[in-house]
Design a protein around this ligand. Structure first.
Ligand SMILES: [Zn+2]
Length: 509
């Protein structure tokens, strides 16, 4: 009995200890679950609290009736400008005679402008108009555009790209979006303001380069140099760039006007591999072409890291409150959902380009004959540099990604990115207010311009730079830029003139 007792006792003891352990574990689990629930609850509260405070930042709209007299004549003047073929191409800026023809068309079309403003030819073919203000000591305003266009292949167009054809509700032609629309609508607006007897308080410059499509080095750059020499300081420059998007932003049905406050830079980078050359019947294990190909592949497999540049973050902050509750909650809580938003951005090419410096191998050269080993294999990679990245950081990434000393990198051309202008300035607010007065449904947000514009040349004399035209573009219109069937709706063109007129009148004060 004794022995049985002693045998049983520890059993009972072990059972009790087991029970104890179990209940301890259960208690611990309960605590963990409760902690989790508390954490979830707190997180949920933070998410909802932040979302409730994430309200529309759109400025109150005061709608005005837009009326512009004689719309048909204004459209015809734009059509006439389209018919003058000022094409910049691989060989350089447009032919002189065509540029002079366009100058003459402007002179005839806008008599008041040419009576009241001083017009100068810069680098012969670019135009600088000075509209002297009553208080010339006030910081000036620069309104920029360009006179040249890219080539167009008429075979692919539904209308001759240089005939200035009106078909139904649209005017077709190269330059109707980029960028004769800007030049003509600015001049129309100034002509109207002169008609109304407006004299600006601050001096206004209309700066029209003739070679934007080939870099703007003779046009906008020289105009900016001359203005700098004259001691001009501008409060802001407004140039082409971003637009009013319609149906492009997923989840928002209202039009969204994106005003470019920053601009990506650009780099052309050469990758060079030197080989021994010789006949291809006894090739080395790795030819120059092979080594170069591997380098290109490694670049494509290692994109630059994606982060939100200040301009993109500001865009999300401005647009975010306009979404439905779910998306609004995400946008209000980027501290938690930033990674998720970034990966959804990465899925589409257009939004992926907002996140990172893009790497695009564009040119490739090897040997000139089938059976000859290349002595030199060469590739050109075109990078679009995100604000925040610099030449050194980009090159460091490229070297690490390629990880092969046989591939020599050489920077052929580099234009640094343009960092953010203020989205709280007087002029930015005027752009916002003007847009919302012509159409109160428009949501205005800062944005990041992906392509290069002339505006960068004015950065040395201008406190802020805004890249914006009040052009309305839907999803299918984006490819018309530099593409086929470029066109502008007639009503939108008149709206752009009305926008410019109100904007200049307000900003000139
Ligand atoms: Zn352009």
């Amino acid at each position: 009995m004794d022995s049985a007792d002693t045998e049983k006792k520890p059993k009972r003891g072990a059972g009790a200890a087991k029970k104890k352990r179990k209940s301890l574990a259960r208690r611990l689990l309960r605590v963990v679950v409760l902690l989790w629930l508390a954490l979830l609850l707190v997180t949920g509260c933070i998410l909802m609290w932040r979302t409730s405070g994430f309200t529309s930042s759109q400025r109150p709209a005061t709608p005005v009736k837009v009326e512009i007299s004689g719309p048909a004549a204004r459209i015809e003047r734009l059509a006439q400008a389209i018919r003058i073929q000022t094409i910049s191409d691989g060989s350089g800026p447009p032919p002189a005679t065509n540029l002079f023809a366009l100058h003459e068309h402007l002179r005839v079309s806008f008599p008041r402008v040419h009576q009241s403003l001083v017009r100068e030819n810069i680098s012969e073919y670019s135009l600088l108009y000075t509209w002297k203000g009553k208080q010339p000591n006030l910081p000036a305003l620069i309104l920029a555009g360009h006179l040249d266009v890219v080539p167009a292949d008429p075979k692919r167009w539904s209308h001759d790209p240089f005939a200035g054809t009106v078909d139904g509700s649209h005017l077709y032609g190269r330059g109707t979006m980029d960028d004769k629309v800007t030049v003509m609508a600015l001049l129309e607006a100034v002509e109207l303001l002169l008609e109304e007897g407006v004299i600006p308080e601050r001096t206004i410059y209309l700066a029209f380069g003739h070679d934007e499509e080939v870099g703007g080095y003779e046009g906008a750059k020289i105009i900016a140099d001359i203005l700098e020499l004259r001691g001009v300081v501008a409060e802001a420059t407004i140039d082409e760039g971003m637009v009013i998007t319609e149906g492009i932003m997923d989840g928002i049905s209202d039009p969204v006007a994106l005003v470019g406050i920053a601009e990506k830079g650009f780099m052309n980078l050469e990758l060079l591999v030197t080989g021994a050359g010789g006949h291809s019947s006894m090739p080395p294990r790795k030819t120059a072409v092979g080594i170069l190909s591997r380098a290109i592949l490694r670049l494509q497999n290692n994109p630059m890291p994606g982060t939100f540049a200040s301009s993109v973050r500001q865009m999300l902050e401005a647009v975010g409150p306009e979404f439905g509750y779910g998306r609004r909650l995400v946008m209000a809580n980027l501290w938690l959902f930033g990674g998720m938003v970034k990966s959804s951005f990465s899925e589409k090419l257009a939004t992926d380009a907002l996140l990172r410096t893009t790497i695009a191998p564009t040119m490739l050269e090897g040997s000139s004959k089938e059976n000859v080993l290349a002595q030199e294999a060469r590739a050109v990679v075109n990078l679009r540099i995100k604000p925040g990245d610099a030449e050194e950081s980009v090159l460091a990434h490229m070297r690490t990604a390629i990880d092969d000393p046989r591939v020599v990198l050489r920077v052929m051309e580099m234009v640094p990115p343009q960092t953010s202008s203020s989205s709280k300035s007087r002029v930015f607010h005027i752009i916002e207010d003007t847009l919302r007065s012509i159409d109160p449904s428009i949501i205005v947000a800062p944005g990041l311009m992906l392509a290069l514009t002339d505006s960068r040349h004015y950065s040395k004399i201008s406190t802020d730079i805004y890249r914006f035209t009040a052009m309305r573009l839907g999803p299918e219109d984006l490819q018309r830029l530099h593409g086929v069937d470029e066109r502008i709706s007639l009503s939108n063109y008149i709206e752009i003139i009305a926008f410019n007129r109100r904007l200049i009148r307000a900003a000139a004060q």
